[in-house]
Design a binder for this molecule. Structure first.
Ligand SMILES: Nc1ncnc2c1ncn2[C@@H]1O[C@H](COP(=O)(O)OP(=O)(O)OP(=O)(O)O)[C@@H](O)[C@H]1O
Length: 359
């Protein structure tokens, strides 16, 4: 459907994309992930010609869209784009926003554009908001309206550039639910996203971008569970864990708990499970370790494995051999930890204790 050959893009002296070649087939749902600033949005914007590539070829249904004579307007209609920032016209009602392009570009009769627009609004759960103005909608509703507007042009592929990153966390799931519905309808899609769990669940293919290109291209299982290349491995490890340095007993427990919550919310954990992990961290640190070693410098890591669904809380600190089970035996904090832990271990190597609690 889309063939990309040796695509490069520079902004002045800054070379962002270098010689990218790939093919996107009909029905594929491709998530693009990678570190901030690696060129994910630029790549997507080049495909839609919102950025002019510096070199290379993009062929859609056999037509090179970079050729001088290409009918860019018509080719662009084949690709619907959903942006981070909705881009709805605030002086127009939602239905008018949706009808705008079908009327002017597809030349649909007004009544037909209206009826189809309503149908797409109903599909995204906003049938009742057709006559509302954008300011009367929440962020999540605005983004769903923007998706309906894109669909109204009946594109062959939908490109979504970080569609949830401008949203309040409480509104992310309603937009992701609508995107899931599109995926289920068989739509060809490309999504730049920081929602890793979502990328893993909905994609048929994942591009990990780094080093100015598609550094690794694979199924979600390959990229998230068994990445083949070192930078992909490092990135996946980094996004599936977070580290916190605990500096003695006056450390900021509330900050730590907020970080735990933020991290696990991204992994789409339920409130209940988040509270369990927070409780284990609190009992391990304040209930046990810092009561015994008030000045200890503890490196805490919370890691989530999507493959096993397990969370590992790891506490590392220097000192004599310390065995958690025997040291805290019979105490309430350990009993609480054991209630939630599937596995509990203590090891000592080169003067450092490592305690692991797997939940
Ligand atoms: N219009 C522009 N002019 C100059 N530099 C730009 C322009 N657009 C992007 N860049 C630069 O190109 C690089 C890639 O940006 P891009 O937005 O594509 O990255 P990204 O991977 O999507 O990042 P993020 O995940 O943070 O959104 C960055 O260094 C950015 O500063």
């Amino acid at each position: 459907m889309i063939q990309i050959n040796n695509l490069s893009k520079s902004f002045g002296d800054l070379r962002v994309l270098e010689n990218i070649s790939t093919e996107i087939k009909k029905g594929e749902v491709i998530s693009i992930i990678g570190p901030s600033g690696c060129g994910k949005s630029t790549f997507m914007r080049c495909i839609n010609l919102m950025e002019k590539p510096t070199a290379g070829e993009i062929t859609i249904d056999g037509q090179n869209i970079l050729a001088k004579k290409a009918d860019v307007c018509r080719l662009r209609q084949k690709m619907g784009m959903v942006f981070q920032s909705f881009n709805l016209f605030s002086h127009l009602m939602i239905i008018e926003n949706i009808m705008l392009a079908p009327l002017s570009l597809l030349k649909l009769p007004r009544q037909q554009a209206y009826e189809e627009g309503l149908r797409f609004l109903e599909m995204v759960g906003l049938g009742a908001k057709a006559m509302a103005f954008p300011d009367e909608l929440s962020g999540g509703q605005k983004q769903r309206a923007a998706i309906a507007r894109t669909l109204a042009m009946k594109p062959e592929i939908v490109l979504l550039d970080e569609p949830t990153s401008a949203l309040d966390p409480t509104m992310v799931s309603e937009v992701l639910a609508v995107i899931r519905k599109l995926v289920a309808s068989g739509m060809t899609m490309m999504i730049v996203t920081h929602e890793m769990k979502f990328a893993r669940d909905v994609s048929s293919r994942v591009f990990y971008m780094d080093d100015k290109g598609i550094y690794e291209d694979g199924t979600p299982t390959q990229i998230f569970d068994a990445p083949q290349k070192p930078k992909t491995r490092a990135f996946i490890k980094k996004i599936s864990s977070f580290a916190y340095d605990v500096q003695g007993k006056s450390f900021d427990l509330y900050e730590l708990q907020a970080r735990v919550e933020g991290f696990l919310t991204k992994q789409m954990f339920t409130e209940r499970r988040i509270m369990n992990v927070q409780l284990v961290c609190e009992e391990l640190l304040s209930g046990i370790l810092l009561r015994t070693f008030p000045d200890a410098q503890i490196a805490l890591t919370v890691e989530y494995s999507d493959a096993s669904g397990e969370v590992t809380v790891q506490a590392e600190f220097e000192g004599e051999v310390y065995d958690l089970k025997s040291a805290a035996s019979g105490e309430l904090p350990l009993a609480i930890i054991e209630k939630y832990a599937k596995e509990l271990s203590s090891t000592h190597r080169e003067g450092k204790n490592t305690l692991l609690v797997v939940l």
